[in-house]
Design a protein around this ligand. Structure first.
Ligand SMILES: *[C@@H]1O[C@H](CO)[C@@H](O)[C@H](O)[C@H]1NC(C)=O
Ligand SMILES: *[C@@H]1O[C@H](CO)[C@@H](O)[C@H](O)[C@H]1NC(C)=O
Ligand SMILES: *[C@@H]1O[C@H](CO)[C@@H](O)[C@H](O)[C@H]1NC(C)=O
Ligand SMILES: *[C@@H]1O[C@H](CO)[C@@H](O)[C@H](O)[C@H]1NC(C)=O
Ligand SMILES: *[C@@H]1O[C@H](CO)[C@@H](O)[C@H](O)[C@H]1NC(C)=O
Ligand SMILES: *[C@@H]1O[C@H](CO)[C@@H](O)[C@H](O)[C@H]1NC(C)=O
Ligand SMILES: *[C@@H]1O[C@H](CO)[C@@H](O)[C@H](O)[C@H]1NC(C)=O
Ligand SMILES: *[C@@H]1O[C@H](CO)[C@@H](O)[C@H](O)[C@H]1NC(C)=O
Ligand SMILES: *[C@@H]1O[C@H](CO)[C@@H](O)[C@H](O)[C@H]1NC(C)=O
Ligand SMILES: *[C@@H]1O[C@H](CO)[C@@H](O)[C@H](O)[C@H]1NC(C)=O
Length: 578
């Protein structure tokens, strides 16, 4: 939410120029979601930056009371979508759905902002996505979007898994590895000389590459705890995925919290020797778990508070009772060994996300914080107040076209080293300005001069930034040959200058220039961010997968491996499963 105070300040700093408060023009038409061509998800395009086309966000509903912060989406989907990049969106009231940053890293996983060595950073995993797991490495970018670290798990070069990259308060990283290991599968009806996926988590010193801690599931967890069935796997080429680790975090005491999808279980692991301190849910639960909590195929188990009394997780389901996915806020009592439901969170469509997904307590230090739900393999996210009321319900693509492993709402300040971008449409009397990743730009001030190396540039108009790209109408403004703009922050401080344009080409021009005013009586109007939906087919709409039946039949038939590029619809017992 923008405070009125800042707006007033900005207006007064710019009072010398005609000033227009512009509304963003991003609009969305559900009919444009083309399911004839699964790659045809709606995207935003820009005149000033032709390289990028992030997904267009459709706001199903929005209310007041949204938390501060930007939305972080690691877009994955059809390779032809041209959208598979880490992407940050502005969801504030008057720039809702507009792009903040996108970067050229294909198919990111677990994209988010974290703190590393005291500085805000962006982090993600990049690599090859395999059948429900991955092989890759981990990236850390600073606030200028420059890589400052890039590493692999220790002993597993480029074999880091997709599911987790969390930086601890000790500046170590928690990452996962799936690796084939020989195992006797006879107790499950498999081969004596069969193969499983060993599920490893490591704590790694990012700077030195030193291994701080390592834990292997097979050392501590029996095959008989798994709900997964062997089916036709269990070979070296296709190991049996009996555990499916998908989140790990380190608690305030240094012990670890691990989520394993096909165990329906969250484990607390000792920092001392890796032994299991307790199991929450699953076949061998140490807790009395109330029925309302019953979860299945879950992801993203997190402590909310350092005292470990509240836990969040994403319950993919389906369970016997519930056929849709939900975020769960749990009260965990480690003395009485009980788990009860505090609240659950789900969107209006009651989307079912078969795999992936996340639930974030946006400000864990605040007991009344909002919650942010990412629907994993379905392109939906939502924000809720603490009581589960929907404050924001959004989607960024058609069902089964694009997705984001997790979704977060987080603070971020970006200070790109690039120059801001300009497109000057001389015939159309318009100029377009954007700056990928620059969060502080509040206004664009337009200047003109009759030489690129002019030492004096005349300011002619300005406009408040409307979103990613701001369009400024120059119709009634007397211009010299060249046009450029200066990006300023909310207190009028200079952030950067664009190159100069004569409407045909871009030219280098000094940023160290005299600024002057011709007292032009211009009346500029700024229109909104230029946004065009992809050309898509006519009528098909993308209904959110919802469920009116119970999950019982579904659960029995569901395959428990994860697949990411699922576009075929499998019909199981009358319920369409993505
Ligand atoms: C992204 O990077 C690849 C290779 O690193 C390059 O070929 C491609 O042009 C880049 N795309 C954009 C939009 O910059
Ligand atoms: C948010 O909700 C308000 C009130 O219903 C509506 O006027 C506005 O258009 C919505 N914003 C977006 C971006 O959909
Ligand atoms: C990011 O790193 C680059 C390269 O070291 C440096 O030039 C830049 O100043 C850094 N940005 C920030 C915000 O620290
Ligand atoms: C985990 O398993 C891997 C592969 O079998 C092995 O190299 C490693 O030593 C094991 N680590 C621990 C802590 O058991
Ligand atoms: C799995 O086997 C172990 C060792 O025999 C046993 O202690 C445990 O109870 C079994 N668990 C289940 C869920 O059957
Ligand atoms: C435009 O260029 C001419 C010379 O070509 C110069 O005399 C004049 O001062 C320039 N005007 C501005 C506004 O810079
Ligand atoms: C600014 O003033 C100079 C000098 O009078 C003139 O040449 C130029 O055309 C004016 N430019 C604008 C944008 O009004
Ligand atoms: C605006 O930028 C100037 C530097 O150009 C800086 O001194 C000032 O603190 C910034 N204001 C805000 C609100 O960030
Ligand atoms: C435009 O130039 C005049 C003259 O230098 C200056 O007083 C005014 O503050 C400038 N306006 C902006 C928005 O920079
Ligand atoms: C611009 O307008 C202001 C206020 O009307 C006036 O004081 C100033 O002299 C004018 N400057 C020029 C260059 O005409």
């Amino acid at each position: 939410m923008r405070s009125l105070g800042v707006v007033t300040l900005a207006v007064s700093a710019l009072s010398a120029l005609p000033f227009v408060l512009a509304q963003d023009s991003v609009s969305y038409d559900i009919e444009t979601y083309g399911t004839d061509d699964p790659s045809g998800t709606p995207f935003q395009t820009y005149q000033s930056n032709g390289d990028i086309k992030p997904p267009q966000i459709h706001i199903n509903s929005n209310q007041s009371g949204l938390a501060e912060g930007f939305v972080f989406i690691g877009v994955d989907g059809q390779p032809t979508s041209g959208q598979n990049f880490p992407t940050i969106f502005d969801m504030s009231e008057d720039r809702m759905g507009t792009l903040v940053w996108t970067g050229n890293y294909t198919e990111p996983f677990d994209f988010k902002a974290q703190t590393y060595k005291g500085q805000p950073v962006l982090t993600f995993m990049i690599g090859e996505l395999l059948n429900g797991y991955g092989h890759g490495s981990f990236y850390v970018l600073n606030q200028s979007y420059v890589e400052i670290a890039h590493f692999s798990p220790v002993g597993y070069e480029n074999l880091g898994d997709i599911h987790e990259f969390t930086i601890t308060s000790d500046d170590t990283a928690l990452v996962l590895v799936y690796t084939p290991k020989q195992a006797d599968l006879s107790e499950l009806g498999g081969a004596e000389d069969g193969w499983i996926f060993e599920n490893i988590f490591q704590e790694v010193n990012i700077e030195t590459g030193e291994l701080v801690f390592e834990w292997n599931a097979s050392t501590h967890v029996g095959l008989n705890e798994s709900y997964n069935s062997i089916q036709d796997v269990g070979t070296e080429a296709s190991p049996f995925d009996y555990f499916h680790i998908n989140s790990v975090e380190k608690d305030a005491n240094g012990d670890y919290l691990v989520s394993a999808r096909v165990m329906d279980c969250v484990y607390k692991i000792s920092k001392d020797d890796g032994h299991i301190i307790w199991r929450l849910h699953g076949k061998q639960s140490d807790f009395d778990v109330e029925d309302a909590v019953n979860f299945a195929f879950q992801h993203d188990a997190r402590w909310v508070d350092d005292d470990q009394t509240r836990m969040t997780l994403f319950d993919n389901g389906p369970t016997d009772e519930i056929g849709y996915s939900r975020g769960l806020l749990l009260a965990v009592d480690q003395d009485a060994m009980t788990v009860r439901l505090i609240n659950q969170f789900y969107n209006a469509a009651q989307t079912f996300a078969q795999f992936e997904g996340s639930l974030q307590a946006i400000d864990p230090s605040d007991e009344n914080t909002n919650y942010f739900l990412g629907y994993g393999n379905q392109p939906y996210f939502a924000e809720f107040d603490k009581d589960g009321n929907i404050l924001l319900d959004a989607q960024f693509g058609a069902t089964n076209t694009v997705n984001s492993y997790r979704a977060f709402k987080l603070p971020w300040q970006g200070k790109p080293l690039t120059k801001p971008d300009i497109h000057y449409d001389k015939d159309g009397n318009k100029a377009y300005f954007s700056w990928n990743g620059a969060t502080d730009v509040e206004n664009w001030i337009v200047f003109t001069a009759n030489a690129t190396d002019s030492t004096t540039w005349y300011n002619v108009t300005s406009a408040r930034r409307t979103g990613f790209e701001t369009t400024i109408d120059l119709t009634d403004i007397k211009l010299e040959t060249y046009v450029r703009a200066k990006a300023v922050n909310s207190t009028g401080g200079k952030l950067g200058w664009t190159k100069a344009s004569d409407g045909t080409s871009l030219y280098d021009a000094s940023d160290d220039v005299q600024e002057d005013s011709n007292n032009s009586t211009s009346t500029s109007t700024s229109t909104g961010t230029s946004t065009t939906a992809a050309p898509t087919s006519s009528s098909a709409t993308a209904a959110a997968p919802s469920s009116s039946t119970t999950g019982a039949a579904v659960r029995a038939a569901q395959r428990v491996i994860e697949q990411v590029y699922v576009v075929a619809v499998v019909v199981v017992g009358g319920l369409a499963l993505a």
